[in-house]
Design a protein around this ligand. Structure first.
Ligand code: SME
Length: 153
C-alpha cells in the first residue's frame, strides 16, 4: 500500500481506537482491542500480536492470525533484535534477516515495535507480519509507536 493511503488509513484508525480504548483502563483490554482493530482493518497484516518478556523469556501474548511460536529463542530473530536495540525494526525480507525465526513460512516482511509499560520501560514488542515483501515503511513505524501509547493514556 502506498504511504499516502496508509497514512490516511492509520489516521482514521487512530481516531477510532482512541475512542474505543477509553471504555476501559485495563491494559489487557486495551491491548486486545488494538490488536483486533489493527488486524482486521489493515489488509496486509497477516499476523498481529504482542510478545512480552516473562521471566526472561520472549513469550507470545494476545494476537490474531495463525498459531505462532509461544517462546522465541533468546537473542534470535527480529523480536529479540528490536527489544535488545530498543528500537523499531522494519524488515523488507525476513529471509535475509540473520537468525530470523519463522513461525509461519508464509511471512515475508515484518515490523517490530518496542512496547513500554506505564513507567516507560520496554517490556516486550508488538510484532506484525505480512505475506508480501516490503509491506512496512516509516509510516507504519510512526503510527504504530503512537498507537501503542494508547494503552497507557
Ligand atoms: N518473526 C519473529 C517471530 C515471531 S512470528 O513471526 C509471529 C522473529 O523473528 O522474531
Amino acid at each position: 500500500m502506498e504511504d499516502i493511503k496508509k497514512d490516511g488509513r492509520y489516521g482514521r484508525l487512530y481516531k477510532q481506537l482512541s475512542e474505543l480504548v477509553k471504555k476501559s483502563d485495563n491494559a489487557s483490554a486495551r491491548m486486545a482491542t488494538i490488536i483486533a482493530v489493527l488486524h482486521h482493518k489493515m489488509d496486509y497484516f497477516f499476523w498481529t500480536g504482542f510478545y512480552l518478556i516473562d521471566n526472561g523469556k520472549m513469550t507470545v501474548n494476545m494476537y490474531q492470525g495463525p498459531v505462532a511460536c509461544q517462546i522465541l529463542e533468546k537473542d534470535k530473530g527480529v523480536c529479540w533484535a528490536s527489544y535488545n536495540q530498543q528500537k523499531t525494526l522494519v524488515v523488507e525480507d525476513v529471509h535475509q534477516f540473520p537468525d530470523h525465526i519463522a513461525c509461519d513460512s508464509r511471512s515475508n516482511s515484518e515490523i517490530v515495535v518496542p512496547f513500554k509499560n506505564k513507567a516507560g520501560e520496554i517490556i516486550g514488542v508488538l510484532d506484525i507480519d505480512s505475506k508480501d515483501l516490503a509491506s512496512f515503511s516509516e509510516v507504519d513505524a510512526r503510527w504504530l509507536e503512537k498507537i501503542l501509547e494508547l494503552v497507557w493514556e
